[in-house]
Design a protein. Sequence first.
Length: 268
Amino acid sequence: MLNNNLCGCLIVSIMLIFAAPLKSLSADKGKPFKVLCYNIHHANPPSKPGYIDLPAIARVIKESGADLVALQEVDVNTDRSGKGIHQARELAKLTGMYSFFVKTIDHGGGDYGIAILSKFPILDSASYKLPMKEGAGGEPRGVAAITVKLPGGKKILFASTHLDLKPANKLLHSAELNRIFKNQRHPVILAGDFNSLPDSEVIKELDSQFTRTCTESCGFTIPEVKPNRTIDYIMFSKTAKIDVLSHQVIAEPYASDHLPVLSELRLR
């Protein structure tokens, strides 16, 4: 017959054996975070030609609860949006976030490009140029990328892009995006205006390396009124251990000519 001390030790040991896996499983599930993809049309509401409404864009971002935001069509110091106005920095102030801007073209005496907003401090940042097919025309395009640490302590690479309208350029862009992010050290989340339909060769190319946050009944993203097609996406590297908790297109028809895309994710 076992004595009381020995029984107590066995009970404690058994409890620890069963408790350890439960604790490990709980720790394996990271805290959810939200990603927003938004082509902001240089903060010009389509219903008000020539009018710039940055507070309206900021309101959409804040109400979404997004932790990371990929922005496209961002003006800096342009004639149309205001000299001395850095839209990425102004939106960062209005939303209480950090910002990173990457210029892709000259426009109206200033800069025009893509940006990122983040609730998390930006640990590192990088920009990349996307190739253009000779003789195809179109606009130069690029990628803005940052590294952040999520609340659970894990790092991710978050990127924003905006592909050209020219089909020949878009195919080069998608191949280059796959090349840039193929062997990254941290999980990659890529969001942007890809100017491509879900069944296009451009998206199929990206599907070879990325998983979209939605592939069926995802909602249309353009135009802002009676939207009829999807060209804005959030995706993550296939090697990343990410769960998609939700995906939605926000029905906000005033602030921009695109509807923002919001996904809630969790890194395991």
